[in-house]
Design a protein around this ligand. Structure first.
Ligand SMILES: O=C[C@H](O)COP(=O)(O)O
Length: 315
């Protein structure tokens, strides 16, 4: 057990979220992105280092996973990095993220490239989580066995929506155990949780059960990473830290496509949780199509012109 049962149940049952305050704060944060132009490239590079570069498609093959891995190891064109004197700083994304059946391909590609980038894998019946517990646990173990160092589990929304928080806690504890040494990120699938109060409660339960990160979405729900939901989740992280001393990371994911959005996410982390949450140890951006726009903005910063997407290697 990661947390005293009775204390945690009492805490979860008392939770109430003030929706108006959350919406107001989210609005403020979006207007707060006033990074000075000369610092923007540095912030964009910071965003790159926090990306879990993702492919989660039915037509994933060893070939496109290999390209993804190569892009993750060299996410920004060498000439652009050189112009910013960053070519020797080892700029990579934080991880690559793939389906369990593609973990071995990603591990092989990164190893061949002499890269120590971690492979993350979604598991536990991603995205819906509607398979037997036995199957979900086995999936985690197999992904770890294939070399995944990070596992993105999906929580059981049925348990959350029916208020079975203790049962959810027990399940996530079992996922934690199945992960072994691998880091565990718990995906709440906020688009299916109904209320902000449920989002806060699910965040608490996931953290109490030993999650290293809590993550907004699978990218497959109709509502994914929104700023109001992020406020609720990062406040839960802050409250949990103040109460227990444990620092849990945050991963917004799903529908994040533009450099501008990545800057808002960084601002949100800095203002709500502080500078320590601005590094890949405690912050990730889960995204399949964000890097191209960031690289274009960096190109613009360096050259004063915008590049066409085809001028950037696959992102
Ligand atoms: O975990 C990552 C998400 O699945 C990525 O979603 P996205 O394809 O909308 O960027």
């Amino acid at each position: 057990m990661y947390y005293n049962h009775c204390t945690y149940l009492a805490w979860v049952s008392k939770v109430r979220v003030n929706t108006q305050a959350v919406l107001k704060r989210a609005q403020q944060i979006q207007g707060r992105n006033k990074n000075k132009k000369q610092w923007q490239a540095a912030w964009l590079l910071r965003a790159v280092t926090c990306i879990d570069l993702t492919t989660l498609a039915g037509d994933d093959t060893p070939g496109n996973v290999h390209r993804l891995c190569m892009k993750a190891t060299q996410p920004v064109r060498y000439d652009l990095l050189k112009s910013m004197d960053m070519q020797d700083k080892g700029v990579t994304t934080a991880a690559v993220c793939v389906y369990p059946s593609r973990v071995a391909d990603a591990v092989k590609s990164l190893k061949a490239a002499n890269s120590s980038l971690p492979v993350a894998s979604v598991a536990t019946g991603f995205p819906a989580g509607q398979t037997s517990l036995k199957t979900r646990l086995e999936e985690v173990r197999m992904a770890v066995e294939d070399g995944a160092m990070e596992i993105d589990i999906v929580i059981n929304r049925t348990l959350a929506l029916t208020g079975q928080w203790e049962a959810m806690y027990e399940e996530v504890c079992q996922f934690r155990e199945a992960c072994g040494e691998a880091h565990m990120k718990s995906i709440l699938a906020i688009g299916e949780l109904g209320t902000y109060t449920n989002v806060y409660k699910a965040s608490l339960v996931a953290m109490m059960a030993g999650s290293d990160f809590i993550k907004t979405s699978t990218g497959k729900e109709s509502v994914n990473a929104t700023y109001p939901v992020a406020i609720v989740m990062v406040r839960a992280i802050r409250d949990y830290f103040l109460k227990t001393g444990h620092k849990v990371g945050f991963k917004p994911a799903g529908g994040i496509r533009t450099a501008k959005e990545s800057l808002v996410w960084l601002t949100l982390m800095k203002e709500e949780l502080g500078d320590e949450w601005l590094s890949p140890r405690l912050f990730r951006l889960g995204a399949s199509s964000l890097l191209a726009d960031i690289e274009r903005q960096i190109y613009h910063h360096v050259t004063g012109r915008y590049a066409a997407y085809h001028q950037m290697p696959m992102a």
